[in-house]
Design a binder for this molecule. Structure first.
Ligand code: HSE
Length: 334
């Protein structure tokens, strides 16, 4: 039986998903005796659609040569989703943290028609988690979002599935690679502005870097963790947020004199939701330099568990999406 997929958003991550699906076809066939086919892929301007399945390589070629994944798309993509037969929506369109954007509408539409949803879109999850999760339960489908926090770092499913029998006390982590890169460069003496410029040139920062440096991206991830792991009902505006723009070179130097570094830490516990720069002793796992994400999960039985991984990237984020897809295939097999 074929599993039909629609990819909403054919930017970096959407293209990574198409590539990973192509690379993993044999594995899926071997393990699940099923085929996974992309029946539609769209971005803000264009749409490719074939009920029989699209060739991922051709989709990628067309996108890179023309900037479009297919022909000009209809304006009402909710209607398209309503009228198209598919099993899983992979929603990876650009995020909108003020309203949830089109991604929110597409996720609602897919869940309502009884399709599973895999998303890394932080806006809808940080603003309307409870509603979307309840809708998925009502429709008896899965809403999965491993890649929304920490990219390839497997934090959501680790906490929800592997740690099912544990009580999670706190999660503290470096949840934004751009800020960590900037702070690490400042450790080496670079001024803030120059470090930010480097992060942008290297493609780490969001298109609007204030999402990163004002702590908004980290706060969204804190809200998602609170809802998903601690079963809370919060939005990203419930998170107390301080970004990194006020951190001076003097503060970094002073921290260095005391064998400390400054890192932007997100913290979630049953009664705390915070993103703030903190002094971290050098050598502590959270003193990590560079663009990696890192989280320390404190549980009642296992104690502290530390995980780390690439928080962004085409194939890295697609790996998290693929792990969610495998979980859906596994659940359907049982
Ligand atoms: N801009 C984000 C970061 C990307 O730097 O971590 C992943 O959400």
């Amino acid at each position: 039986m074929t599993l039909k997929i629609v990819i909403s958003g054919f930017g970096t991550v959407g293209q990574g998903v198409a590539e990973v699906l192509e690379r993993k076809q044999d594995f899926i066939k071997r393990r699940f005796h099923r085929q996974v086919r992309i029946v539609a892929a769209f971005d803000s301007r264009s749409l490719a659609h074939d009920d029989g399945g699209l060739d991922p390589e051709l989709l990628l070629e067309r996108k890179s040569s023309s900037g479009m994944v297919g022909d000009p798309r209809p304006s009402d993509m909710c209607r398209f989703l309503r009228e198209t037969e598919f099993d899983v929506l992979v929603e990876v369109s650009p995020t909108n943290i003020e309203t949830g954007g089109d991604g929110l509408l597409f996720i609602r539409e897919a869940l309502n028609k009884g399709a599973h949803v895999i998303t890394v879109n932080k806006g809808p999850l940080a603003l309307h988690f409870r509603e979307l999760n309840d809708l998925a339960k009502k429709k008896k489908v899965q809403l999965r979002f491993e890649g929304a926090v920490g990219g390839a770092m497997p934090i959501i499913n680790l906490c929800k599935e592997n740690f099912m029998g544990e009580r999670i006390l706190t999660i503290q982590g470096i949840l934004n690679g751009t800020c960590n890169f900037i702070l690490s460069r400042m450790d080496k003496g670079l001024p803030f502005g120059q470090a930010l410029k480097e992060a942008q040139e290297l493609g780490y920062a969001e298109s609007d870097p204030s999402y990163d440096i004002d702590g908004i991206d980290s706060a969204s991830k804190v809200a998602i963790l609170a809802n998903a792991v601690f079963d809370r009902d919060v939005t990203f505006s419930d998170v107390s947020v301080t970004g990194i723009t006020a951190i001076t070179e003097d503060a970094i130097a002073l921290a260095g004199d005391q064998n400390m570094v400054i890192r932007l830490i997100g913290e979630v516990s049953p009664d705390k939701l915070e993103v703030a720069p903190r002094l971290i002793p050098k050598g502590h796992p959270l003193s990590l330099s560079g663009t990696l994400n890192m989280a320390q999960i404190n549980t009642d039985l296992a104690g502290p568990i530390t995980i780390s991984g690439r928080g962004a990237g085409r194939i890295e984020t697609a790996s998290a999406i693929f792990s969610d897809l495998v979980a859906i295939l596994e659940a359907e097999r049982q």
